[in-house]
Design a protein around this ligand. Structure first.
Ligand code: GDG
Length: 492
């Protein structure tokens, strides 16, 4: 309903992503189905449903845990929702998802080459599972349809679809960075991955830099000619472009206004606690940090920078608290366990060093919070501190901006996050420069209200204009253009 595209010009649009937009929970023999509320699901749902397509993705339950009639039961329910499940065994998930996707591509594309596991079994499984996804697409799509494939788990799928269904239009969007050629070339399977992506007609990236890195790898590894944003293959053209992903701005703004209007008794426990904190001393300030537990998010350097800030500016002790929400992720993997211990230790050290009976420098939550609490945090904190060492986009930064209904608040953002390109009015820092982050905090905490409002108003205008619906419709519009381009190319 929010996407304005002329439908008559297109056939069906199908979406392909690692996970379906529905989460399935198993309770003995009973299954419950809940629609996902994440940004991608929101943006895509209006597309594939409006355009009569299907969403193809993994069900989220290992198939070896299921009896054939249970699989049939799941498939039937999903078909009602126009979803097609790719069923994967526990071993496939382990090798393709945990292995190649998360222990090879994720560290490589985020420049953490020391964390890459060069395991040929992972590569074998990645190819086989990508093939399963492609086969499922081929089973539901018809010539003339459009297929939009998402993210790093499915880099080979565009080419695998094209081999069997040459007359479809394929788009691919990468949600994480594409690394520089000098990093990408490290991978033994580098050629296969870009050949896989080149099966698409349109390749989307969050930023122009990622697109440029991709083009450079194409040129140097495969020798294809690239002119402007077009790659000339023997028999087709592939277009690359930047589409910085947005958020459902109205949803965040709306919820923030609702939370703001609530009377004290109606407020959540968390919100009451936050308000009490301010009542205790009116000059108290809150800094917010929210991420999944991941080594790319720069959490330890953020904590150390906060420690440096309290050391350098002792007048802020007892007055400034860092609220740090870390959402558990991959907690069974060694690398993540080590990171978790490092964070626990740093938080303990700082709270032990600067804490008082009525002052805790870092309020640390290691859990996921309901949406309403997330909004309460966004709207209560004076500064958002987002310091990833690498991040494709970072939606948390956009969500903070959307939730500031009185237009105060300061955004401190790492230059290594894709989102920094859109946030010229934020304070931009190098995440490895802890003294610089401390200075940025000082500047943010001292920024006059008028200046905060001026900066925030501009940021809000920009982020609200290019929301997730606009992002999705622009991608689909570009897919239409590429169809015409392809036809003209073939006619020559
Ligand atoms: C990948 C790329 C790119 C977080 N804590 C809670 C919660 N969240 C939600 C946030 C936000 C999302 O999780 C995190 O999104 P990010 O964009 O920050 O990061 P990744 O998960 O790494 O996403 C990233 C993105 O894909 C999109 O292309 O921006 O660069 O790495 O929406 O609100 N939500 C709730 N409770 C929490 O405790 N309800």
């Amino acid at each position: 309903f929010k996407i304005k595209i002329k439908k008559d010009l297109m056939n069906k649009i199908h979406i392909v992503s690692n996970r379906l937009p529905i989460s399935i929970k198993q309770d003995d023999d009973h299954f419950s189905f809940t629609p996902s509320v994440g940004g991608l699901a929101t943006g895509m749902r209006s597309i594939y449903k409006d355009f009569g397509g299907q969403w193809i993705g993994w069900s989220g339950i290992p198939s070896d845990d299921l009896e054939p009639q249970q699989i049939a039961q799941i498939d039937e329910k999903l078909t009602d929702e126009r979803c097609q499940a790719v069923h994967l065994s526990a071993e496939e998930i382990n090798l393709y998802y945990e292995g190649f996707s998360n222990d090879v591509i994720w560290p490589l594309f985020h420049y953490f080459t020391q964390h890459i596991e060069y395991n040929p079994d992972y590569w074998e499984a990645y190819q086989a599972v990508n093939r399963k996804f492609a086969d499922k697409v081929v089973a539901v799509a018809n010539p003339g349809d459009t297929i939009w494939v998402h993210d790093y788990q499915l880099l080979l799928v565009p080419q695998m679809i094209r081999e069997k269904l040459p007359d479809v239009t394929i788009g691919f969007f990468l949600h994480i960075p594409f690394p520089s050629f000098e990093v990408f070339r490290i991978l033994p399977w580098r050629k296969e991955l870009i050949e896989g992506m080149l099966g698409a007609d349109l390749l989307g990236f969050h930023t122009y830099d990622y697109e440029r890195h991709f083009f450079s790898s194409v040129r140097r590894l495969l020798g294809y000619e690239v002119s402007f944003n077009q790659i000339h293959l023997e028999n087709r053209i592939v277009l690359g472009d930047a589409f910085p992903m947005g958020i459902d701005y109205a949803k965040f703004k709306g919820k923030a206004s609702e939370v703001f209007r609530k009377s004290l008794p109606e407020k959540s426990e968390l919100h009451k606690e936050l308000e009490k904190y301010f009542l205790m001393a009116p000059d108290r300030k809150l800094i917010l940090s929210i991420d999944r537990l991941d080594y790319t998010k720069g959490i330890p350097n953020r904590i150390r920078a906060f420690e440096y800030f309290l050391e350098k500016y002792p007048e802020y002790r007892n007055r400034v608290t860092l609220i740090m929400l870390v959402v558990p992720s991959r907690a069974e993997v060694e690398q993540y366990k080590l990171l978790k211990s490092e964070i626990d230790e740093l938080v303990g050290r700082i709270n032990g060093r600067f804490g008082r009976i009525n002052y805790t420098p870092i309020w640390y939550f290691y859990r996921s919070l309901p949406f309403e609490n997330l909004i309460e945090l966004y709207s209560s904190c004076d500064v958002a501190l987002v310091t990833p060492v690498r991040d494709g986009m970072n939606l948390v930064a956009k969500e903070y901006i959307a939730s500031r209904i009185n237009q105060t608040g300061v955004m401190v953002i790492s230059e290594m996050a894709g989102v920094a390109k859109e946030l010229g009015e934020a304070i931009i820092i190098n995440p490895n420069n802890e003294p610089e982050i401390a200075e940025a905090l000082h500047q943010a905490l001292n920024m006059p209200l008028e200046e905060q409002r001026e900066r925030m108003a501009t940021l809000q205008q920009r982020i609200s204009r290019y929301d997730v619906f606009k992002w999705a419709s622009e991608f689909v519009e570009s897919l239409k253009k590429v169809q015409t381009l392809q036809q003209n190319f073939l006619a020559k």
